[in-house]
Design a protein around this ligand. Structure first.
Ligand code: MN
Length: 262
């Protein structure tokens, strides 16, 4: 098996080394990831400037690693579109520094790397550690990642579907188990900070406290990790709201005469 590993924290982040090492027992491991931290970059496709790719020193023996100049999804795209010559069987992304739950998924470069993989018909799993601290311990999450890949669940995922996994910040023996859950509801505590630059012009920074969210609603990723479980959420790239489609149809939208307002 040949596993491609990417992330959004950058090729030199501790989480990607832990994940690459955890994948080694399955076969060949190749890392293609951004040179710098690209967290919260979303699913960016670089279209108007060149991409640069360089070999990167990597702390795990036996892993070939490359650093790209742009986004996580660019990194996965270049790898799958031919930069990596050997066929790739699975793409894993992470282990992200910090959770990717609820609405985080729309910002997340970690999850977007997995989105990019499923767009190119490769099974993909995103791994995040619910711990944003500088000295977070990635070993429990790496052991969980190895276990999830060993299960082989990714082989049966339908098209455009990935697995999103969040691991609580606990020693392995204190993690209670696994919960198959939906996306929960995040609350962002963002604040617009306005300051004045040395030339007298205002500049802006989106800051504030770390995001919180609803930990009480059972059956969500936020609830599961808050209660000491690993959350497993299958994510589909089809963002259509089927319920609202039916409502719009019931409201007669398709019978409208174009341009006519009653
Ligand atoms: Mn990140």
């Amino acid at each position: 098996m040949h596993i491609l590993v990417s992330n959004d924290d950058g090729v030199y982040a501790p989480g990607i080394a832990a994940l690459a090492e955890a994948m080694l027992p399955f076969g060949q491991v190749t890392v293609v990831a951004p040179r710098e931290n690209r967290s919260a970059i979303g699913h960016r496709k670089t279209m108007h400037k060149p991409l640069r790719i360089d070999p990167a020193p990597f702390p795990v023996k036996g892993v070939a690693a490359f650093a790209t100049s742009e986004s996580p999804s660019d990194s996965v795209a270049v790898a799958l579109l031919g930069f990596i010559k050997e066929p790739i069987d699975l793409v894993v992304s992470g282990i992200n520094r910090g959770a990717n739950m609820g609405q985080d998924l729309t910002y997340s470069g970690t999850v977007s790397a997995a989105f990019e993989a499923v767009i190119w018909h490769k099974p993909a799993i995103a791994f995040s550690l619910v711990d944003f601290s500088e000295n977070a311990d990635y070993r429990p999450a790496a052991a969980i990642a190895r276990q999830v890949v060993a299960l082989g669940l990714y082989r049966n995922l339908p098209p455009l579907t990935l697995l999103n996994v969040n691991v609580p910040p606990l020693p392995l023996e204190q993690i209670k188990g696994f919960k198959i859950v939906r996306q929960g509801l995040r609350t962002y505590n963002d604040a617009l900070i306005t300051r004045i630059d040395p030339y007298g012009r205002p500049y802006y920074w989106i800051g504030g406290e770390a995001p919180s969210g609803d930990m009480t609603e059972e059956g969500t990723d936020l609830w599961a990790t808050h209660n000491g479980y690993v959350s497993l959420t299958p994510i589909h790239l089809d963002m259509t709201s089927y319920a609202v489609m039916r409502e719009l149809a019931a409201a007669g939208v398709e019978r409208l005469v174009p341009g006519q307002v009653e």
